[in-house]
Design a protein around this ligand. Structure first.
Ligand SMILES: [Zn+2]
Ligand SMILES: [Zn+2]
Length: 406
C-alpha cells in the first residue's frame, strides 16, 4: 500500500537523520555515508550557508554572521530557552485544539484535560528551577568549602588556579567561558537552560529530563487512546468487514484502518510521531546521565577521560609501532593474521577503555555510595512530593481511563 510505504520511508529517514546526527562521528561509521551526513548536519550545512552569505553580502555579511554566531554560541542568551517555551507551548496548543474535543472519549476520562495541563506546568517549573538556580558557583567566599569536597586525583584534576577568577580551582570544577565563572562538579553548559549544570542543579536537570520523557509517553498513550476511542465510536471495523467485505483479521484490516486514521486524524498522528521521537531522544539522554551519576562521573569528566585515554593510546601505539617495525621483517615470510572487523575492534576497545576509567576514577565510590551522593535527585522527588504524587496520579488516571466505560 502507498500509505504504508510512505510511513516506512518517513520512519527510515527520521532514524537515519537521528542516528547520523548523534552517532555519525563514532569510529565504526568512519568512511561511511552516515559519517558524511553527520558532517553535513553538524558543520557542512552551516559552512555552505556562511559561504552563501559571503557570496551575496560580501565581508559585511560575514562579519554580521560572526557577531550573531558569537552572541548565540559564546555568550549567555535566552534564544534556546524561548525556543523550548515555544516548542512546549505550540505542542500543547496543537494537542488542545485538535484533541481536547474528543475528551472525554470511549477510553479516556475528562480528567486528562486537567492532568495534561498539570504535567506541562510541572515540566515548565523544573525548567525554571534548572535555568535560574545556582549551578554551584565557586567564588573566594566558598572556595575552601569546595576544595575540601573532593580530593585531586592527579590524573584529570591537578591543583591549580583559575586564570580568570584568580582563585584555586577545586577538583571536578571547571571555568565556564560562557557564564564566565567557575562551577563546582561541572557537568556541562546547557544552552537550553542558559545555565551551567553543576553541583547544585544536577538534580533539577535530571528530574527535568525524566519528567519530559514521561510527558511525551503520556502524550503518545493519551492520543493513541483517543484514536482507539474514535475507531470504536465510528464503528470503522464493523463498516469495513460488513459493508466492504474485508476479512476480519489484523493483517487485512490494518492498512485500511491506518489509511482512515491518516485521512481523518493526521494532526494527532504527526504529534504522536513527534512525541515518540522526542521521548526516544530523552530516554537516551537520561540513560546516559543516569549511567554517569551511578559511576559518579560528569560529562566534563567523561571527555577528560577520553582525552587521557587517547593520549595513553598514542603513547602505547608509538611504542608498539617501533616494535612492529622491527618484527615486520620476520613476518614477511609468514601468513598474514586476519584483520579484526571494525565493529569488533570498536566494542572491544570501548570495553577496555571503560574498565580503565573504572580503575582510575577515584570519585567512583561504589554503586551504593554513588547512589547516596545522587540521592538529592531522588530527594527532590520525595521531599517536594509534587512529582511523585503527580506521577502516581497520572499512572492511576491512565489505568483508570484505560478501561472501557460500561
Ligand atoms: Zn574561573
Ligand atoms: Zn555556563
Amino acid at each position: 500500500m502507498e500509505v504504508q510505504w510512505l510511513l516506512v520511508c518517513h520512519g527510515l529517514v527520521t532514524l537515519l537523520v537521528v542516528v547520523s546526527f548523534l552517532c555519525g562521528n563514532w569510529p565504526i561509521f568512519q568512511g561511511t555515508f552516515i559519517e558524511r551526513i553527520h558532517f553535513f548536519l553538524t558543520f557542512g550545512a552551516y559552512d555552505y550557508f556562511r559561504r552563501f552569505i559571503h557570496f551575496v553580502c560580501g565581508s559585511r555579511g560575514s562579519n554580521a554572521l560572526n557577531s550573531v554566531e558569537y552572541y548565540c554560541c559564546d555568550r549567555p542568551n535566552p534564544i534556546l530557552q524561548i525556543m523550548y517555551l515555544g516548542i512546549i507551548g505550540a505542542t500543547y496548543y496543537f494537542i488542545a485544539t485538535s484533541s481536547f474535543g474528543y475528551i472525554p472519549g470511549y477510553y479516556l476520562s475528562g480528567l486528562h484535560r486537567y492532568t495534561s495541563f498539570l504535567a506541562v506546568g510541572v515540566g515548565i517549573l523544573l525548567f525554571l528551577l534548572t535555568s535560574f538556580s545556582d549551578s554551584g558557583t565557586v567564588n573566594s567566599a566558598n572556595v575552601s568549602q569546595y576544595l575540601s569536597a573532593y580530593p585531586y586525583d592527579n590524573i584529570i584534576f591537578t591543583e591549580k588556579e583559575c586564570s580568570t577568577c584568580k582563585i584555586p580551582k577545586p577538583a571536578r570544577s571547571k571555568h565556564c567561558s560562557i557564564c564566565d565563572r567557575c562551577v563546582a562538579r561541572f557537568d556541562h553548559h546547557c544552552g537550553w537552560m542558559n545555565n551551567c549544570i553543576g553541583e547544585r542543579n544536577t538534580r533539577y536537570f535530571m528530574a527535568f529530563i525524566l519528567w519530559h520523557f514521561l510527558i511525551c509517553i503520556y502524550g503518545v498513550v493519551a492520543l493513541a487512546l483517543i484514536l482507539a476511542g474514535r475507531l470504536k465510536e465510528s464503528k470503522v471495523i464493523h463498516i469495513l468487514t460488513e459493508y466492504y467485505g474485508i476479512e476480519n483479521s489484523l493483517w487485512a484490516l490494518a492498512p485500511h484502518v491506518v489509511q482512515w486514521l491518516l485521512g481523518a486524524y493526521n494532526t494527532q498522528i504527526l504529534i504522536m510521531m513527534f512525541l515518540a521521537v522526542v521521548s526516544l531522544l530523552l530516554a537516551g539522554f537520561f540513560a546516559y546521565h543516569a549511567k554517569l551519576c551511578l559511576s559518579n562521573t560528569t560529562t566534563n569528566e567523561s571527555f577528560k577521560w577520553q582525552e587521557y585515554l587517547s593520549w595513553q593510546r598514542k603513547v602505547s601505539e608509538a611504542k608498539a609501532s617501533a616494535e612492529a617495525l622491527k618484527a615486520s621483517l620476520d613476518e614477511l615470510g609468514q601468513e598474514r593474521k586476519p584483520q579484526i572487523s571494525k565493529w569488533k575492534a570498536f566494542f572491544r576497545r570501548s570495553r577496555l577503555e571503560e574498565l580503565e576509567v573504572v580503575k582510575n576514577n577515584m570519585y567512583d565510590r561504589g554503586f551504593l555510595n554513588n547512589i547516596h551522593e545522587i540521592e538529592q535527585i531522588i530527594g527532590i522527588l520525595s521531599v517536594d512530593g509534587t512529582l511523585i504524587s503527580s506521577a502516581s496520579f497520572f499512572c492511576g488516571a491512565m489505568w483508570h481511563s484505560g478501561c472501557p466505560r460500561m
